[in-house]
Design a protein around this ligand. Structure first.
Ligand SMILES: NC(=O)C1=CN([C@@H]2O[C@H](COP(=O)(O)OP(=O)(O)OC[C@H]3O[C@@H](n4cnc5c(N)ncnc54)[C@H](O)[C@@H]3O)[C@@H](O)[C@H]2O)[C@@H](O)CC1
Ligand SMILES: [K+]
Length: 451
C-alpha cells in the first residue's frame, strides 16, 4: 500500500488494456486480494469485517480478500446482491467456503468493505443495493472501498448514485480519474495504491514533489527571472500577483500601471503602463489579468502584451478578453477557474481532465483548470492533477497569488508545463501552511516560507 503521489492516472478502458497486456487476470485478482487483505489486517486490529461483493471483478477481488483473511484467522463475512457474473469472479466465489448472506439481510460489522462495483460501473446502483450500502456504511466504524466507492464513475468523478463517505479507498493497479476529481474524490477518505505490477503508462499523472528553480552562486536578479505584471482597474489584484511573483522566487518584478498603494513592498519596481516597457528583453514572463478590467483600455493592454512575444500568464479578466484560437507568438499559460474555463472554451463533454487537455490542444497554451482538483494540461497531451491543496483557498485573491507565482516559475526558465506544475504545488503547500481562514496576503507571504 503506497500513496498515489506521482502515479499514472488510467481510465477504465486504459485499465482494461493494461490488464489485457499483462495477460494473467486471475493472477492480478489474486494480487489485488492479497493487497486488500494485508491492508485490512494491518489497519483494523482484529475487528470483524463485512465484505460486500458485486457481480463483476470488483466483487471477485472481495471474494479473494475474504478467503485470504479467513485463512489468516480473521473474522470475516460476505454479503452479496446476487451471484457473480464474470468468469473470474465466479472462480473466486468458488474458492470461498463460507456462507454468502443476502445483501438485504446482512447485519452490520465494525469494518465495512465495499467490493460491489469498481471501474465497470456504467449506471446508477439498483435502489435496494444503494440503500443497503448506506445502511451498512452508517453502522460501521471504518469503511474501506475497493478500487472505488460503489456509485462513482471512474472516468470523471461524478456520482451515479448517492455514495457514502469512506475512510480508505484502495486503488488497484493505478489511480483513476475519480480518485482525484470531485465530487468523488471528496468521498474516498485516504486513497492508497495497491501495486499489481502492471507498470501502467499514461499521459496523465498525480502531482508529485516539483523541482523548483534554485539560485546558484552566479545568480543575479535577472537570471532569477524578471516578471512584468500588467495592472488595470483594480490595483490590489495586480499588487498581490507582483508580490507573489517575488515571494515565489523571481529576482525582479516590474509592476506596470496602476497607482502606488501605501505600504506596498518597496521591492516591487513600479512604472506607468506603456507597451514599450515590454520591449525589455530581460522580461521572462508577463502576467496579465488580475484586476485588469474588461474595458477598451484593458483590451488594448492585452493586445500589446500578446504582441510583445514574451512568455505569458493569462488570468482573470484577461481570460474574458482572450480569443483562445488566435495564434500567439510566445508560450502561454492560462489559469481559468471553472467559470472562466466554460466562458472561454464552452461547456464541453468529458471529465475535467479531458476538457483541460482538449482546451490545451485547441489553444496551444498550457491550461491550469483551477479547483479543489486543479488540472494542468499541456498542448502535447500531458496532464498533471494536483492533490493536497486546501478548501480555504476559496477566498478572493488566491488566484492572483497563483498567477504571480506562475509568472515567477516561467521567468526562471521552466517550460510552461513545469512552471505551472511548480506554481500549483507551491501555492497548495502555502495554503496548507496558512492553516484556516487565511487571506490572500497571508498566502503570498507563506510562499516565501514554503520555498
Ligand atoms: N483491470 C485490472 O487490471 C484489474 C481489475 N480488477 C478489478 O476489476 C474491477 C473491474 O471489474 P469489472 O469490469 O468486472 O467491473 P465491476 O466489478 O465494477 O462491475 C461490472 C459488473 O457490474 C455490472 N454493472 C455495472 N453497473 C451496474 C449497475 N449499476 N447495477 C448493476 N450491475 C451493474 C456490469 O454489467 C458487470 O457485470 C476493478 O474495479 C477492480 O476491482 C482486479 O481484479 C485486478 C486487476
Ligand atoms: K467498490
Amino acid at each position: 500500500m503506497s500513496p498515489i503521489t506521482g502515479t499514472p492516472i488510467l481510465t477504465a478502458a486504459e485499465m482494461r488494456s493494461a490488464e489485457a497486456a499483462h495477460g494473467d487476470s486471475a493472477f492480478l485478482m489474486e494480487q489485488a486480494g492479497q493487497g486488500i487483505a494485508g491492508a485490512i489486517r494491518r489497519l483494523v486490529a482484529g475487528a470483524e469485517v463485512l465484505i460486500l461483493c458485486g457481480p463483476g471483478n470488483n466483487g471477485g477481488d472481495g471474494y479473494v480478500a475474504a478467503r485470504l483473511l479467513r485463512e489468516q484467522g480473521h473474522a470475516v463475512r460476505i454479503a452479496a446482491a446476487g451471484e457473480p457474473k464474470s468468469d473470474l469472479a465466479r472462480a473466486a466465489r468458488t474458492r470461498w467456503d463460507g456462507p454468502v448472506e443476502p445483501l438485504a439481510e446482512a447485519q452490520p460489522a465494525p469494518v465495512l468493505v465495499d467490493a460491489l462495483f469498481g471501474t465497470g460501473l456504467s449506471r446508477p446502483l439498483p435502489d435496494g443495493v444503494a440503500t443497503d450500502l448506506h445502511r451498512l456504511a452508517e453502522a460501521a466504524r471504518f469503511r474501506v472501498a475497493i478500487d472505488l466507492p460503489s456509485g462513482v464513475a471512474s472516468d470523471d468523478g461524478c456520482c451515479l448514485s448517492m455514495v457514502p463517505r469512506f475512510d480508505l479507498t484502495l486503488a488497484l493497479g493505478s489511480a483513476k480519474p475519480a480518485h482525484l476529481l470531485y465530487p468523488a474524490a471528496g468521498l474516498m477518505g485516504e486513497v492508497r495504491l495497491i501495486d499489481l505490477g502492471l507498470a501502467p503508462v499514461s499521459r496523465a499523472s498525480v502531482m508529485r514533489r516539483a523541482d523548483l528553480p534554485e539560485p546558484g552562486p552566479a545568480s543575479h536578479k535577472y537570471s532569477r527571472g524578471m516578471v512584468a505584471v500588467v495592472a488595470g482597474r483594480m490595483g490590489g489584484a495586480a499588487e498581490l500577483a507582483a508580490v507573489s511573483a517575488l515571494r515565489a522566487g523571481a529576482g525582479y518584478v516590474l509592476h506596470l500601471g496602476g497607482r502606488d498603494p501605501k505600504g506596498a513592498p518597496h521591492a516591487v519596481v513600479r512604472r506607468r503602463w506603456s507597451a514599450e516597457a515590454l520591449d525589455d528583453v530581460r522580461i521572462g514572463a508577463v502576467v496579465i489579468g488580475p484586476g485588469l478590467g474588461r474595458d477598451d483600455d484593458a483590451r488594448a493592454r492585452l493586445d500589446a502584451v500578446l504582441a510583445s512575444g514574451r512568455p505569458l500568464v493569462i488570468d482573470g479578466d484577461a481570460l474574458h478578453l482572450l480569443d483562445p484560437d488566435a495564434p500567439r507568438g510566445a508560450p502561454a499559460i492560462l489559469t481559468p477557474h471553472q467559470g472562466e474555463f466554460d466562458a472561454l472554451f464552452g461547456k464541453g463533454e468529458g471529465s475535467r481532465i479531458d476538457r483541460a487537455r482538449a482546451a490545451a490542444a485547441r489553444s496551444g497554451a498550457t491550461v491550469v483548470l483551477k479547483g479543489p482538483d486543479t488540472v494542468i494540461a499541456d498542448p502535447d497531451g500531458r496532464v498533471i492533477v494536483a492533490t493536497g491543496g486546501s478548501p480555504w483557498l476559496s477566498t478572493a485573491g488566491t488566484g492572483d497569488v497563483l498567477a504571480g507565482a506562475t509568472g515567477a516559475m516561467l521567468s526562471a526558465g521552466l517550460s510552461p508545463f513545469d512552471a505551472a506544475t511548480a506554481a500549483v504545488r507551491l501555492h497548495g503547500r502555502a495554503a496548507v501552511a496558512c492553516g484556516r481562514s487565511f487571506i490572500a496576503d497571508d498566502l503570498a507571504a507563506a510562499l516565501s516560507r514554503v520555498r
